[in-house]
Structure formats: C-alpha cells, structure tokens
Design a protein around this ligand. Structure first.
Ligand SMILES: *Cc1c(COP(=O)(O)O)cnc(C)c1O
Length: 292
C-alpha cells in the first residue's frame, strides 16, 4: 500500500467573478491513494499506526457507498487483518461497487436494519459486538473518533503556504474538528455541510473538539437538499469544474465544497488579497459505477 504524502497543494485560477482578487489553493488529499479516500486515510492513520499486536481484525459501520468502509476494508486487506462491515440496509441482491470491492478483499458483510444500525453508538450494543469479535477493534462510523483529529492535524502541518481560510466538507464532523483544533485563532475553518443538519453538525464538531474553539463554523447553504442529493445544477458544476481546473470532483462531498467556494468567491465573502485553501477530501465512491 503506497501512500503519497505530503499531498500536493495546487493553485487554481478558475474564471469565476472576483477569483483574481484571491489566491485559491486546493489541498489534494484525493491524491494520497487511488483507492483509499483522502480524509478517511488521515482519520485512520493514527489508529493503524497504534494497533496492538493482539489485534486480529476490525469492525466498522457505514452505508452502501461508504468511503470509510472502503478505506478501512482495503487497509485491513493489505495488512492481513479480518474486516467485518456492518452495513445499513440490505444490498444482497444488488451490492454496490464499494461492497463488491469489500467482498473481493475478503471482508465479511453484515447487512442490518435501520433500527439495528441506529444502535451503533449504544454502549450495550458495542459491548455485545466486542464479545462477538474478541481481539477486534471497533471503529465508529466514518472513522470519526478523537484519534482521528491527530491524523487531520498532519494534513494542516503539510500546508507551508500561509493562508487565511480553509474549507472542508462536513458529514460526521471529525475532519472539521481536526482542522479547527490545528488552525490558529486568526485562521478561519469553514465547514460546508453536505447534509441537512443545522445545529446537528455543529454539535458533532463540538463533541469531538478536545477544547472549545471559536475559529470555525458550518455553512449550511450548499447541501442541495440532503446527503448524496445531486440535482442537475450540481452535476453540471462538477463537470465544468473538473474540466476547467483539471481536478476530478463528485457530487457527494467535493462537488458541494467547490460549488460553495465558487459561490463565496463570487459573492465577495473573502476580503481581497486573502489566501484560501479548499481541501479535496477525495472519495469517489459516490460517483462510481464500475468495480475496480
Ligand atoms: C467522509 C467524507 C467526508 C466527511 O468527513 P467527516 O469527517 O465525516 O465530516 C468528506 N469528504 C469525503 C470524500 C469523505 O469520504
């Protein structure tokens, strides 16, 4: 498994109104690995680095298109660890490309009802699971645990160009929490909510932050109706952006992030002369139609 670090920091010069008054960079975490999605790698790296010898496998949770399950399944496969994916919904008759990859990598897939999936953070359920899978490590949905914040901090440390604001997509909030922890007080972390979650997304970030920070907020204007919703305007933007800037984006995470960036730039949200970094967190599972 070859991981490319540091990931590149690429200057982009899109033809958007007012873009020429700013320095716009993209932190290309999508290039860390062809299979493992960027921020999922960042979040898992500290866990994988600290695995006890007694660990024989991992268990985790996600949906049928989960970048996290995909990344963890691949990491386990490469290290000869057993992997059990607890998947929300029943895809047995029509497994997604992501699930087909997991099967290729020898994972065990357990399809569960929404109700059982809803127990994924309950202490009693996790206890039972730990008994059923002794010597396994149970990783929360999205790989979002406090150790994940340290992995996100390494992404910030790689950025040697001074910047004023940094944008990341927000789903479980761990990436934004990691960024807010690592940035200085005068730098601004902007999370772009990829699902409808006013108040909820903020509470996730707050729960993960070891100490409260005031350098971050979540913008809720660009979820396009909800998680994985992809109206035509968003799909068209993804195509236009991918070809203009030569950076592939998909509609679930990075498409919404760059759409938000464009809108904020055009509406003069950033002071002229500012340097902005948008983090391409990778993850093309949401737009995949084929099996690797
Ligand atoms: C999971 C994921 C996110 C969301 O990150 P959180 O830490 O869960 O908020 C963003 N981008 C991509 C590509 C992802 O796979």
């Amino acid at each position: 498994m070859t991981i490319q670090l540091p990931s590149p920091l690429t200057l982009i010069t899109p033809g958007w109104r007012h873009a020429d008054t700013l320095d716009l960079y993209v932190k290309r975490d999508d290039l860390i690995h062809p299979v493992i999605s960027g921020n999922k790698w960042r979040k898992l790296a500290p866990v994988l680095a600290g695995l006890p010898d007694s660990c024989t496998g991992m268990v985790s949770f996600g949906g049928g298109f989960s970048n996290h399950l995909h990344a963890l399944g691949y990491a386990c496969y490469c290290r000869g660890l057993a992997f059990t994916a607890i998947v929300r919904g029943d895809y047995r008759s029509q497994p997604t490309p992501m699930l087909q990859d997991l099967m290729t990598w020898g994972a065990t897939i357990r399809y569960v009802t929404k109700t059982e999936y809803g127990l994924r953070e309950s202490a009693a359920y996790l206890n039972e699971l730990q008994h059923a899978f002794p010597s396994h490590i149970i990783i929360p949905e999205g790989g979002s645990q406090s150790a994940a914040l340290n992995g996100i901090a390494t992404m910030i440390e790689e950025i040697l160009t001074p910047f004023t604001s940094l944008l990341v997509p927000v789903a479980s909030g761990a990436t934004l929490a990691g960024v807010a922890s690592a940035l200085g007080d005068t730098q601004q972390a902007i999370g772009i909510g990829v699902l409808k979650g006013e108040g909820y997304l903020e509470s996730l970030v707050e729960r993960l932050l070891p100490v409260p920070r005031s350098n971050w907020h979540v913008n809720h204007d660009f979820h396009f109706g909800g998680y994985a919703k992809r109206p035509a305007a968003l799909r068209e933007f993804c195509e236009a952006f991918s070809s203009e800037c030569d950076i592939p984006v998909e509609p679930v995470y990075s498409g919404k992030l760059f759409y938000a960036l464009k809108s904020l730039v055009e509406n003069r949200y950033f002071a002229p002369g500012s340097t902005i970094v948008a983090v391409h967190t990778g993850g093309l599972q949401g737009s995949r139609k084929t099996v690797i």
